[in-house]
Write a protein of this length. Structure first.
Length: 442
């Protein structure tokens, strides 16, 4: 763009310069013609009449005016203006305001003679376009402009584009495009600065990632240790009570030890599934059977917390889904465990299943404190927990597993009190149509 403006300005400047040159040549030509005719009038004893002025004007292609004692004589019918009185008779061309050229001479026999001609039509600058030398100069200017544009593009514009691209890629994981770091001017200085900054950003990002991984590992380890510590303490206490305890108390202690061991196993299993997921094993899973199994697994812990679990199964034909049973079981356990832990003073957890529009929905409702606005906004975000010592993996893992099975997990607060978590999964439809196998009895 700047080169185009430069070419335009140079071309306009040449038009002005050559226009002035054309006007000057026109004036010199007319001065020579006027000088020759003035000599002719000095040598010829002809009267200085209007007829003579008319005939001589036709030959010259101009207007001839004689001035004798302040009286102007010109071609009949042509008005002579008073502007001629101000024109000196020095044989040099003068321009009047109406684009006329006037040359005055003093004849030896007394009168003055003025030669008046209209200047060339149109702009003097455009008149230069009829001249070959003008086109030659313009061609040279345009050729030099093209060479300047090529030099600027190679020396300035191309490196600047590379620097602009490098600025866009600054801090990325990939390398920067080739930059002119070997140049000694300001562009080379900027290229070296960008290269050093990019390397510093990559190094700083690596250090930050390492620090984040260590901090995350610390949080995860702390959360896991806190979760495992309570069941380990309970196992130790009941193991000590077994020695010399009556048979009924010993049986209770054994059941509590088994329950706490299952809890530890659940925590470790959840940790391992999140940290290193194994390939899924897809089978047909009967939803209500899976719910009853999850309730049976968590029954001791719910009873200990004073929580009653109420199951409202879907009526009618069996509702099945296609998926990894152990992982789907993990989803239910995480959601139910979250509901139990939200009611430290006890309450009721309701589990209901439904089948509609090709989807299986399992809804878990509790009478706890519900979710905070921040918890709802960060639903599914791992390692976010508002429970003291919680790892924040329960609902995050559950939502991830639901989405991996083509479904989703939604959470909200109940209008009256507590939380509501809905697990949505696509229903399993075998080739023969919806399954009609009755529910398994427990």
């Amino acid at each position: 763009m700047s080169v185009a403006v430069f070419v335009l300005v140079c071309s306009l400047a040449l038009l002005v310069v050559f226009g002035q040159r054309v006007a000057r040549e026109e004036s010199l030509e007319f001065e020579a013609l006027a000088r020759a005719n003035a000599l002719f009038l000095d040598r010829t004893p002809l009267p200085h009449s209007d007829r003579m002025a008319a005939q001589l004007g036709e030959v010259m292609g101009a207007q001839v005016v004689f001035s004798d004692a302040g009286i102007f004589i010109s071609r009949p019918g042509v008005k002579v203006e008073d502007d001629l009185r101000q024109v000196p008779v020095d044989g040099v061309s003068h321009r009047l305001g109406d684009r006329r050229i006037v040359v005055g001479h003093q004849l030896r026999r007394g009168p003055k003679v003025f030669f008046v001609r209209q200047a060339g039509e149109g702009s003097p600058g455009l008149a230069m376009l009829d001249r070959g030398d003008s086109w030659t100069v313009l061609g040279i200017v345009w050729l030099l402009s093209c060479a300047l544009a090529w030099w600027l593009a190679r020396r300035v514009a191309k490196p600047l584009r590379a620097l602009a691209t490098a600025v866009h890629d600054m801090g990325g994981d990939g390398p920067l495009p080739p930059l002119p770091v070997d140049r000694t001017d300001e562009i080379g200085l900027l290229a070296r600065a960008l290269t050093d900054t990019h390397a510093s950003l990559i190094e700083e990002r690596g250090r930050r990632r390492s620090a984040e991984r260590l901090a995350l590992l610390g949080r995860m380890a702390t959360g896991l240790a806190h979760e495992v510590r309570n069941p380990v303490a309970a196992i130790r206490m009941h193991a000590q009570l077994l020695e010399g305890a009556p048979a009924d108390e010993a049986a209770t202690s054994v059941k509590l030890i088994e329950s706490e061991a299952a809890r530890i196993e659940l925590l470790v299993s959840q940790w391992m599934r999140y940290a290193r997921p194994a390939p899924p094993v897809m089978t047909e899973v009967v939803v209500n059977d899976m719910i009853l199994q999850a309730i049976q697994t968590l029954e001791p812990q719910a009873r200990h917390a004073g929580v009653a679990m109420q199951f409202l199964p879907h009526s009618g034909s069996v509702t099945s889904i296609q998926g990894d049973r152990s992982r789907l079981q993990q989803v239910l356990l995480n959601v139910l465990l979250n509901a139990i832990q939200s009611m430290p003073a006890g309450g009721v957890t309701t589990i209901a299943s439904a089948h509609k529009d090709g989807k299986v929905t399992v809804v878990v409702e509790d009478e706890g404190t519900g979710f905070s606005d921040q918890a709802l906004a960060k639903l599914g975000e791992p390692f976010f927990s508002e429970k003291e010592g919680g790892m924040g993996l329960g609902l995050a893992v559950a939502q991830e597993l639901c989405r991996a099975h083509g479904g989703d997990l939604h959470a909200a607060n109940r209008p009256e009190r507590g939380a509501r978590v809905a697990i949505e999964l696509p229903a399993f439809l075998p080739k023969g149509g919806p399954s009609s196998v009755p529910f398994a009895s427990h």
